[in-house]
Design a protein around this ligand. Structure first.
Ligand code: GLN
Length: 317
């Protein structure tokens, strides 16, 4: 098995996933997000872990069938779809690839950088990226995003309408960011339409198992390990993983890389996907977040498994 590599046995990997779940079940640090009102209703005890290999093998523990909104994790996959269409250079120039050092919803990050959205993993860059999605109308752009993200998951993902409507009532800041980008010439589409699509992409419902398969598609050079469909090119996987390494956990990306050593993306509903290039990916779900908006138990479980499975990209032994 490609994923297990030089690890002793498949069953040992399964034991380690179960152990990661057992270790952090009792950890209750962090707060459930409430700036999107419906997210506050999540059960803080939910905790699911799934590991998917590029060979299609999976190991799971805990609440792996609870659906939650993908939120910012969608940014990684929409970025990949847009890169596939426009290429490395155009996306670099238009959106940028440097960390802001500021929270994901920062308006100041745009202002301090002469209108640049800086990177596709903060809201400004993600809204700019969504605006680049192919499609003659907003409805077509949304459909292309939905079917595109679904190909990474290997199943058609449903929109959680309750989450979408809840966020639409409280997303004034994202609308302001989109207007600012329009003024700086970084958005060619209608700003409010693009925020609407962005809010929908964030409200797609996934499980930790979906996140693991989506991540394993990036780990496997763009081929979905379950459907065997090629979703994107290996060059786009490489570029996406580079951006995730520097920006995937917002202003905490440096600490994450220092502790865990893998490209990853978090979302405020409590999901994290962490990718081990050539091997597979971890999908984690636990709603309590650190102050930057990253799942606390998800980070700890990824740190444990990265160490136990020898996944840290910077380790030479
Ligand atoms: N939809 C959320 C927002 O725009 C996504 C943020 C996140 O997951 N960090 O605020």
């Amino acid at each position: 098995h490609a994923f297990t590599g030089d690890l002793p046995t498949e069953s040992r990997v399964g034991e380690l996933v179960a152990e990661a779940h057992r270790r952090y079940t009792g950890l209750h640090d962090g707060q459930v997000a409430d700036y999107i009102p419906i997210l506050a209703e999540a059960d803080p005890n939910w905790f699911g872990l799934t590991l998917a290999g590029v060979d299609g093998s999976t190991h799971a523990a805990g609440d792996t069938d609870i659906a939650f909104s993908i939120q910012s994790i969608s940014k990684a996959f929409v970025f990949a779809l847009v890169c596939e269409r426009y290429g490395h250079q155009a996306v670099h120039e238009r959106v940028g690839v440097n960390n802001t050092g500021l929270p994901f919803n920062s308006v100041m990050a745009v202002e301090l950088n002469a209108g640049s959205p800086m990177n596709p993993m903060v809201n400004a860059g993600a809204i700019a990226t969504t605006g680049l999605m192919p499609g003659a109308t907003p409805a077509e752009q949304w459909e292309n995003i939905r079917t595109g993200i679904s190909r990474f998951a290997g199943r058609y993902l449903e929109l959680d309408g309750v989450v979408y409507h809840s966020e639409m009532l409280t997303n004034q800041r994202n609308k302001a960011i989109a207007r600012l980008l329009e003024r700086y010439g970084r958005l060619d589409t209608d700003p409010l339409e693009t925020v609407d699509i962005y809010t929908r992409q964030c409200a797609l419902a996934v499980t930790s198992a979906d996140l693991a398969v989506m991540g394993a598609t990036l780990a496997g050079g763009g081929v979905n390990p379950v459907t065997r469909e090629r979703v994107i090119s290996s060059e786009v996987c490489r570029d996406t993983l580079a951006v995730l390494a520097s920006c995937g956990l917002y202003e905490r990306s440096g600490e994450w890389l220092f502790e865990i050593g893998l490209p990853a993306k978090s979302g405020v509903a409590g999901g994290i996907v962490a990718i081990s290039p050539g091997k597979g990916a971890l999908g984690t779900f636990s709603p309590r977040l650190d102050p930057a908006g990253n799942s606390v138990r998800g980070q700890r479980a990824c740190a444990y498994l990265s160490r136990a499975l020898g996944l840290n990209l910077f380790a030479s032994s």
